[in-house]
Ligand binder design. Structure first.
Ligand SMILES: [Zn+2]
Length: 388
């Protein structure tokens, strides 16, 4: 296991003067993680640093259990209310740039905790299988898997969609919607006190987004093929798989590949309930980070980078349990335990499918005439037009 050298001399999370809830000046040594950058091999992880952020505790428990199989780095640290939270990035599988990569991201929106939970459940499942699953080890020779389950721990800790600066990370990239985004909801620069705040005009991206960009550039842009999945919740009744663009209703250059991916999923998971579509079919938005990264990936000819968003339809959970409407978390997450378990179960096969699809991408990526045929089918399905 590698621990980033950016860890502070006092541990990953805080200095003695910047204490978290579980620490005091006298208990800092035993109450928090102490990951000195000089430690070689297995780090000393005496206990959880943030008992009130269950997702972070689970992630760090997975990191401990994964041990030498995981490449763990500190992408950045985020301060909120006098506390510091790490944003971890975990990778496993073959680091060779010749193999494809799949990235699993969650927790961009602090209120949508089920997104982080889905990514954590998949990572936990993989780490458990590493103990005995020889087929998984064979698979990991052919693919790199990257996880960033809690991108916005400050927002998650404070129970806000935005990050601690009041910025909506999915409205924060330097990219404007072309054809007019919905008022406010599509991104606004009026005030950080209002939702969907993009950040000040001309300001750099927020630290969490810069960290995601650095990970994508490092892990994806050096490879020929990659798929990213970012897990969210809160929109509509159906579970949706969205792909770019969000800033324009125009199709992306890799529409044939997106359609081919949908086709092999339809064929192998005949009764799935996802609505697979470009995000622009639902609404346009300013500052979409995946649009921004996708456009960056297209600068290199021949590279295929397919960013996807899993948007879990939370309105059904509210419909089945209307009391959730009175809870801020209830609008975005299943609050009843059996429903949460069902949600976690349902999506694991989708995440696992993506890892397999990346491994075998050379067998389903369309080329030549088949690519053009795939593009025509996609235009007809999603854009109601055919292009000669
Ligand atoms: Zn979201």
């Amino acid at each position: 296991m590698k621990i980033s050298s950016s860890a502070t001399p006092f541990g990953l999370y805080h200095t003695p003067r910047m204490l978290c809830a579980c620490c005091s000046a006298v208990t800092v040594a035993h109450g928090c993680f102490r990951l000195d950058s000089s430690i070689q091999g297995e780090p000393q992880l005496p206990g959880p640093a943030h008992p009130e952020l269950g997702e972070l505790i689970e992630l760090e428990s997975i990191i401990r259990d994964g041990g030498r199989h995981l490449d763990v780095q500190l992408a950045c640290e985020v301060s909120s209310g006098g506390r510091k939270f790490p944003v971890h990035v975990i990778a496993l599988g073959n680091p060779d740039p010749a193999v494809p990569v799949v990235g699993f991201f969650g927790g961009f929106h602090g209120l949508e905790r089920i997104g982080a939970a889905v990514v954590l459940a998949y990572l936990r499942s993989l780490v458990s299988r590493l103990q005995w699953d020889s087929l998984l080890h064979r698979q990991l020779e052919s693919v790199r898997l990257v996880f960033m389950p809690i991108v916005n721990p400050g927002g998650m800790w404070s129970g806000t969609r935005a990050n601690p600066n009041g910025v909506d990370l999915m409205r924060n990239a330097p990219l404007d919607a072309r054809e007019g985004a919905p008022f406010m909801f599509g991104g606004q620069r009026v005030s950080s006190r209002l939702p969907w705040y993009r950040g000040a005009q001309g300001a750099p991206m927020e630290i969490e987004n810069e960290a995601v960009c650095a990970v994508v550039r490092r892990e994806f842009f050096g490879r020929k093929f990659g798929i990213a999945l970012d897990c969210h919740s809160g929109f509509g009744i159906n579970d949706r798989i969205w792909f770019p663009y969000a800033h324009t209703a125009l199709p992306i250059a890799h529409l044939p590949e997106m359609h081919a991916l949908k086709e092999i999923y339809d064929q192998t998971h005949a009764h799935h309930r996802y609505v697979f579509e470009p995000q622009s079919r639902q609404y346009l938005a300013h500052g979409d980070l995946w649009d921004y990264l996708y456009q960056g990936s297209c600068a290199t000819p021949g590279r295929i980078f397919l960013p996807l968003t899993l948007e879990m339809g939370s309105w059904l959970w509210v419909k089945k349990n209307p009391r959730q409407l009175f809870s801020r978390h209830g609008i975005f997450n299943p609050l009843i335990e059996h429903r949460q378990q069902r949600v976690l179960r349902r999506h694991l096969s989708w995440l696992d499918f993506l890892a397999r699809a990346a491994c075998g991408h050379q067998h389903w990526i369309p080329t030549g005439d088949a690519r053009e045929a795939s593009r025509q089918k996609a235009l007809k399905l999603w854009y109601q037009r055919e292009v000669g």
